[in-house]
Design a protein around this ligand. Structure first.
Ligand SMILES: [Zn+2]
Length: 796
């Protein structure tokens, strides 16, 4: 309080002009201030200047453009050789205002080259362990290498085009500069060895079931399998960051026609809609039709049909499956004779796609989990994501079981979980596998929205797809089952938020530490808190939907997201992005102190009584109390007593009575009014120990047994982000108070949230004894007897 008064006085003096000279009597002594403006605006600092292409409100600008890239591809799977052979004709349309002299393409599979940037810059832990997977991977690369081979690139006239490869990027020099609005068509022939996913890892590849009890057949997952055009954007030009493994990719939208030639008895799942349904049997076509209106998944390929293919695979012959997909940014497929296929239509409010076909493809090893939940999880994802973002714009949404734990491409996802097979052949599954299966399907199908439609740059910003998608995954999981072990609850993120070795969420993908927590859980939790605690569902949902709808089939940046959330809701959230996305601070708000202030009573007698009562509550002097029983002089001799022995400092004097009467009846109406105030004023001092400014959610427990929760906005920290005092007035009497009583802000230390502080009980197990010391004799099965070692003297 005094500090504030002092400031005001000083300010008045300084404002007085020439008088200000009086403060500079010697060198100016100014300490370095510690003020940290956590509410500073990002405009003009970290956020780029808006342009005609993307405007200041976070929407595409009036001159927004993006490139169009269409593909016609013929590919065949060589099952025995575990490879693909393909020819693609690409039509590139330049919608940019720029003249292009060359094109860049992504060759993501080049990171399976031994000399790739990814392999050469691979780092390992500094410990001295060697695991079986590590050794198997090293061995595989000694005799196998991935990446595109036999590349031949020709123009529409059949003439070779000049190209060069820089690690995982391929540059084609155009014969003539490509102007605005012009198109260029060219053809690339290639072969591609597929990686064995289990051994070398990755997002695609094959898995063969070759253990003694298995049928010997394989599942093939083809992804990032053809040379794809790199993105060219208004804010970055060519997106030609190399593929290092973590940062996935971003591509251009276009139309695809893809013919996939596979062994005659394979079933194929792919991006898009099947163009030659005659490839199915009449019975299968009838089931597919029936499944469109079914309430439960319907088998298109039954377990019995898949088992028949497994036991007597076609020895020769191929079939060509043809798929078309409009306005997608990539194309993936899966192929196997092991596939069981089930499907169910999902109705939605759309003229173009009133029914989306939710479909699953899986081997018998994935039963019974996949039959029970996969297609239903796909359908549920479409329902929930449609509510939160955009109506699903494609005809199919597919979930394929194979060797990839979880990966997404437009309309098709690869998901790994299967039940456990015991040595005796028994099947079980853990609670975690069940949740993992449903969760990963929701997650990967959700990626069809983010980033396959809301086309953020994954290679740069992992959180923009993983974080936003994990947030919606959490919503979908909690709408599947309130008890679902979903990730995204504020209390779950605390351990990460206080951990060492963190980087901000706004970090380029390949440099992220603690990847899952950084790019998935933290942004998902942040958005959850933003929705439930800071913005409220109405404002958040409207803004989030606006972001999705603005940027569907377009290319948003983080700033477009941040700006849209603020512009749509009318809330300044720069402080929130700064804390959760740009810093590694955590939330820890402490309730340091509570002071209760109330006006003294205007009744002098009552005031004196209260003061005397307070005094009498104080403990008596130790000396006086130990002297008890010894008669003092004033007790023994009444003649020594006078007025002062009969009154004390609480006695109301005649002069006080006169002053009080003047105040009560005086002419100062404001003062008379103020004197009638008999509420309690509570002053709460909060300190921000974690660094992250957040709303203070304060529960007040009153003496009448009632309580209330007050939500103090984060702006309370705007003048001092470290410690503030805030006031609340009530007729009630406060007994205790608590910060964040509903555990909704990820407050890391709850021990400092209460006032008065309470004891936090901790239950610990009895500490175990240390390990036994080494005993080589015991371990070598040697023993002694009491007689086996004797003093020499006793020996005979
Ligand atoms: Zn993901």
């Amino acid at each position: 309080m005094r500090f504030d008064l002092l400031t005001v006085v000083l300010a008045l003096t300084l404002a007085g002009g020439p008088v200000a000279a009086q403060v500079s009597q010697g060198p100016v002594q100014q300490t370095v201030g510690s003020f940290d403006d956590k509410f500073r605006q990002f405009e003009g600092e970290d956020w780029p200047t808006p342009t005609d292409y993307r405007n200041a409100s976070g929407a595409p600008g009036y001159r927004y453009w993006q490139q169009q890239v269409d593909y016609d591809i013929d590919v065949s799977l060589n099952e025995a050789g575990r490879s693909l052979t393909g020819v693609e004709t690409i039509t590139y349309t330049n919608n940019s205002p720029d003249q292009l002299g060359y094109l860049w393409l992504l060759l993501d599979q080049q990171n399976y080259r031994r000399a790739s940037l990814a392999e050469r810059s691979r780092t390992v832990g500094a410990d001295t362990t060697l695991t079986v997977p590590e050794v198997l991977r090293v061995q595989r690369f000694q005799d196998w290498e991935g990446g595109f081979n036999d590349l031949k690139i020709t123009g529409a006239d059949g003439r070779d085009l000049t190209f060069s490869i820089t690690d995982s990027l391929l540059r084609i020099d155009l014969p003539e500069t490509l102007g605005t609005g012009e198109s260029f068509s060219f053809t690339i022939a290639f072969t591609l060895p597929l990686p064995e996913t289990r051994v070398v890892g990755g997002r695609s590849g094959y898995e063969c079931f070759t253990r003694e009890w298995e049928d010997g057949n394989c599942i093939f997952l083809a992804a990032q399998w053809f040379p794809r055009l790199a993105a060219y954007s208004d804010y970055e030009g060519w997106h030609n960051a190399q593929f290092l493994g973590s940062g996935e990719f971003t591509l251009e939208f276009g139309d695809y026609n893809v013919s996939i030639t596979v062994p005659a008895d394979h079933q194929v799942s792919a991006t898009g809609a099947l163009q030659n349904p005659d490839i199915l049997t009449a019975a299968q076509r009838a089931r597919l039709e029936q499944s469109r209106t079914a309430d439960e998944p319907v088998y298109i390929v039954t377990p019995a049909e898949a088992a028949a293919a497994e036991t007597s695979p076609a020895r020769s012959g191929t079939r060509t499956w043809t798929f078309a997909a409009e306005n997608v940014r990539d194309f993936a497929f899966a192929s196997s004779r092991k596939f069981i296929w089930d499907a169910m239509g999902v109705e939605q409010d759309s003229i173009e796609h009133p029914v989306v076909m939710a479909m699953s493809f899986y081997p018998k090893e994935a039963r019974p989990l996949w039959g029970a939940w996969s297609t239903k999880a796909v359908a549920h994802t479409v329902d929930v994501y449609n509510q939160f973002s955009i109506t699903y714009p494609y005809p199919t949404a597919q979930s394929v079981n194979g060797p990839v734990g979880g990966m997404e491409y437009p309309m098709i996802t690869f998901n790994g979980p299967r039940p456990l097979r015991g040595d005796d052949g028994s099947l079980t599954y853990t609670e975690r596998t069940k949740a993992g299966l449903i969760g990963v399907i929701i997650h990967e199908v959700g990626h069809t929205y983010f980033p396959m439609i809301i086309n953020s740059d994954e290679r740069q910003w992992t959180w923009m797809d993983e974080g936003l998608n994990s947030f919606l995954q959490y919503q979908a999981e909690k709408l599947w089952d309130a008890d679902f072990p979903a990730r995204g609850e504020p209390r779950q993120i605390v351990e990460y938020m206080i951990s060492e070795n963190q980087v901000p969420v706004m970090t380029q993908s390949d440099s992220i530490l603690q990847f899952g927590n950084n790019a998935y859980a933290k942004p998902a939790t942040a958005l959850n808190i933003l929705r439930e605690t800071i913005m409220g569902r109405d404002l958040f949902d409207r803004a989030f939907r606006e972001y999705a709808q603005r940027w569907a089939f377009k290319r948003p940046t983080p700033y477009d997201f941040f700006r849209t959330m603020e512009e749509s809701s009318g809330m300044d959230l720069d402080w929130f992005w700064r804390g959760w996305f740009y810093s590694t601070d955590h939330v820890d708000i402490a309730l340091d102190n509570v002071v209760a202030v109330s006006l003294e009573s205007i009744d002098l007698q009552e005031r004196a009584r209260a003061a005397r009562a307070r005094f009498e509550d104080e403990p008596v002097s130790r000396t006086v109390s130990n002297n008890r029983g010894i008669e003092t002089v004033v007790e023994a001799d009444p003649a020594t007593r006078d007025y002062y022995n009969e009154t004390d400092r609480f006695t109301v004097t005649a002069s006080q009575r006169r002053d009080s009467e003047r105040a009560r009846t005086g002419a100062d109406a404001d003062r008379r009014q103020a004197l009638s105030f008999d509420d309690n004023v509570y002053r709460f001092t909060f300190s921000n120990r974690g660094g992250l400014v957040m709303p203070v959610i304060l529960k007040l427990n009153w003496s009448d047994g009632s309580d209330e929760i007050i939500r103090i906005p984060a702006e309370v920290w705007r003048r001092n982000s470290r410690q503030v005092t805030w006031q609340h007035v009530s007729a009630k009497t406060l007994v205790s108070a608590e910060i964040d009583p509903l555990w909704e802000t990820a407050d890391a230390d709850r021990a400092n949230n209460g006032f008065p502080q309470s004891i936090q009980p901790t239950l610990v197990p009895l500490a175990p004894q240390g390990p036994q010391s080494p005993n080589r004799m015991r371990d070598d099965d040697r023993r002694v007897t009491p007689d086996s070692l004797r003093p020499r003297a006793v020996a005979q």
